[in-house]
Design a binder for this molecule. Structure first.
Ligand code: ZN
Ligand code: ZN
Length: 380
């Protein structure tokens, strides 16, 4: 009995000492019901009112459905009941489950919790932070890159996960799609796993021990952007840099030809002028070495972010040439241009820069600190 109690204590301690984070799953397209199957290890099943026999057989299956303000749980063909919440709790950090949203299989480590929220089934994955970071690096970057670059992304993902909790009112920390970080479950890539282990606990902070917004984009086109050119306010630690590393990458240059009537119609609607008044102005516009914030026509200004959004352009880093019945947009880069340039960072990592060099190049006045040390310093 004593041995059993000791083992139980060790198992509980192993789970609870690790830092967990709560991820809202399937947030881009919420589900009303889902099937759960055993994958690896044993899971304890709880609701707010009772505990059920452990789930451990590969043939066992749970079906969970939203039912008003409760969730209905069926084990194989037996109704377990309707509950305010239902949890599958892991006995070990390496245990995992198979979930079947949208008819596809996804595998998750950690606990899975279900409850009813806003008419849909809320599925939350409560998982060790480092395991989550592995999944987020896989989700945000994908397979096929080098280990040093994965270290860069691991630190960025961990920093974001620890400080950007946008969903606390819904009962979790982060969602699983682009609104927060893309996360589709377990990572199976050894390079990602090694990169996360190498950087374990490391987060980026500023000189006040506050978090920084670790924004990134695909390709800056040779010059990153300040935040106030994209959003309304300027954020510290995101000063623009000249980036020679990404200029030969696949997203470095682009071109788009637009019918001149469409361009003129857009400008006349936007500036409340007739098409003739617009046509009397020069439509040419040149970006310099530095990125500009506005397109200028006839003494009036339009934010380049508005034009990018309307014409679905790859970036705001473009020049305009009027060639008669059309205008040609000659652009650089892909994405908002703020923070770390992914293609530049990949190129740097291939030429021998360390992940610390790369982070310091794109984010200004930053420090790398173990997240447990931040809590320590906060006591004083
Ligand atoms: Zn989110
Ligand atoms: Zn770049």
């Amino acid at each position: 009995m004593r041995i059993c109690l000791f083992i139980w204590f060790v198992l509980i301690a192993e789970v609870t000492l690790a830092k967990d984070i709560r991820i809202g799953l399937f947030e881009s397209s919420p589900v009303k019901s889902i099937v759960v199957k055993y994958n690896i290890g044993r899971y304890d099943l709880f609701s707010e009112s009772m505990q059920f026999p452990t789930m451990q057989e590969s043939s066992e299956k749970l079906t969970v459905k939203v039912n008003g303000d409760k969730v209905q749980v069926i084990k194989n063909d037996e109704l377990l009941g309707n509950f305010r919440w239902f949890r599958l709790s892991r006995r070990s950090p390496e245990n995992s489950l198979k979930l079947f949203p949208y008819g596809k299989e996804r595998r998750y480590k950690g606990d899975i919790i279900f409850y009813s929220y806003a008419g849909h089934l809320q599925v939350v994955n409560e998982i060790d932070l480092e395991k989550y970071v592995e999944g987020a690096v896989k989700g945000e970057v994908g397979y096929g890159y080098n280990e040093e670059y994965y270290k860069v992304q691991a630190v960025i993902s961990r920093t974001y996960a620890l400080f950007m909790h946008k969903h606390e009112e819904e009962g979790f920390d982060l969602c699983d799609h682009t609104h927060c970080q893309v996360y589709k479950g377990i990572n199976y890539d050894e390079k990602i796993e090694r990169a996360v282990n190498f950087t374990v606990g490391q987060v980026i902070i500023n000189q006040d021990l506050s978090s920084i917004n670790t924004l990134f984009h695909s390709n800056c086109g040779g010059r990153t952007s300040t935040t106030d050119y994209v959003w309304s306010k300027r954020l510290d630690n995101l000063e623009p840099v000249y980036d020679s590393h990404c200029r030969k990458s696949s997203q470095a240059n682009w071109k788009k030809t637009i019918d001149k009537n469409d361009w003129v119609d857009y400008l006349s609607n936007r500036l409340n002028k007739t098409p003739e008044e617009i046509k009397n102005q020069t439509l040419d516009f040149t970006q310099g070495v530095n990125r500009k914030k506005n397109y200028q026509v006839g003494g009036e200004y339009i934010k380049l972010t508005e034009i990018r959004s309307f014409f679905r352009l790859k970036s705001t880093f473009f020049s305009v040439t009027d060639i008669g019945d059309k205008v040609v947009l000659t652009g650089k880069g892909f994405g908002h241009g703020v923070g770390l340039c992914q293609e530049g960072a990949i190129a740097m990592s291939k030429t021998g820069y360390s992940y610390k060099d790369i982070l310091k190049f794109y984010y200004s006045n930053i420090f790398l600190l173990d997240e447990q040390a931040i809590s320590f310093y906060m006591l004083f």
